[in-house]
Design a binder for this molecule. Structure first.
Ligand SMILES: C[S@@+](CC[C@H](N)C(=O)[O-])C[C@H]1O[C@@H](n2cnc3c(N)ncnc32)[C@H](O)[C@@H]1O
Length: 253
């Protein structure tokens, strides 16, 4: 008897932003393997008797290796169990979901992908920044701040020509990201916003320009996870957290 692995997107933060299908399979899981950015309330949605496996990085400690994660997925599915691999945002956006699917295929384990609401779009939205806009932005691109070191092949001069640029994992490497954009020809007065802990009650938004953002973000003391948005659409940002205690969360029935 073979079980099945469900790669489920947990959404950008607020536990209510998982999909209906994601929540349904989670509530029927025998095993949940979850990442660091998954809200604890979602892990609680699994049946009380389900096995819970943390697959994130322990602060200051070791990351569970991809091999170990895949091993757990394959092993439990081969025992006939329903395994939910719960990943922040969408499983296929900078989430290594593609690699996990390849490994499951190789192992001959049945799987299903349940897409999620990606932080790349939802976190700007939570700060009331639309990534496209009829008059301000006809396209958007999503890149990781890690690209500065890990993928030196990223074409920043192409990216600066995209009207809206969303940078994930960019808080720690913000100075390098800004340097790359300015070196590629971006104007220092380009509007930017850094949105930290988007969609969560303690969401914070810093609106600045490319020229000032490093200092402004440092002064504000923002903590990860945070998403950077670059482009004219940022002029629509609300600095007060739309999802914060006085916003969306408070207004929810
Ligand atoms: C490893 S990537 C995974 C992205 C995920 N697969 C997705 O589709 O949203 C994690 C990055 O997403 C962004 N992110 C995730 N949750 C966020 C949140 N609640 N607020 C702001 N940024 C967030 C941050 O840039 C963080 O470093």
């Amino acid at each position: 008897m073979s079980g099945k692995v469900f790669l489920v997107g947990a959404g950008p933060g607020d536990p209510e932003l998982i999909t209906v299908r994601g929540l349904r399979v989670l509530r029927e899981a025998d095993v949940v393997v979850y990442d660091r950015l998954v809200h604890p309330a979602l892990v609680d949605e699994a049946p009380a008797g389900a096995e819970r496996v943390y697959a994130g990085k322990h602060p200051g400690g070791l990351r569970t290796s991809q091999e170990q994660i895949v091993q757990v997925l394959v092993d439990r599915a081969r025992r006939g169990l329903r395994v939910v691999r719960l990943k922040g945002g969408d499983p296929f956006v900078f989430g290594r979901g593609g690699e996990e699917v390849e490994a499951l295929r190789e192992a001959g384990v049945p799987y299903e992908v349940v897409p999620g609401v990606t932080a790349a779009v939802a976190v700007p939205a939570a700060a009331q920044i639309p990534v496209t806009h009829r008059e301000r932005a006809s396209a958007f691109a999503v890149v990781t701040g890690h690209a500065c070191e890990a993928s030196p092949g990223v074409d920043w001069s192409a990216l600066v020509r995209v009207p809206t640029l969303v940078v994930l994992m960019g808080l720690r490497r913000l100075p390098q990201v800004v340097d790359q954009l300015l070196a590629a020809g971006a104007e220092p007065d380009t509007p930017v916003a850094m949105v930290a802990r988007g969609t969560l009650p303690d969401q914070r938004v810093v609106v600045a320009t490319l020229g000032t953002v490093v200092e402004d973000v440092q002064r504000a003391g923002l903590q990860p996870p945070a998403t950077l948005v670059v482009g004219r659409v940022v002029q629509l940002a609300r600095e007060a957290g739309a999802w914060g205690p006085t916003g969306f969360a408070a207004g929810r029935a």
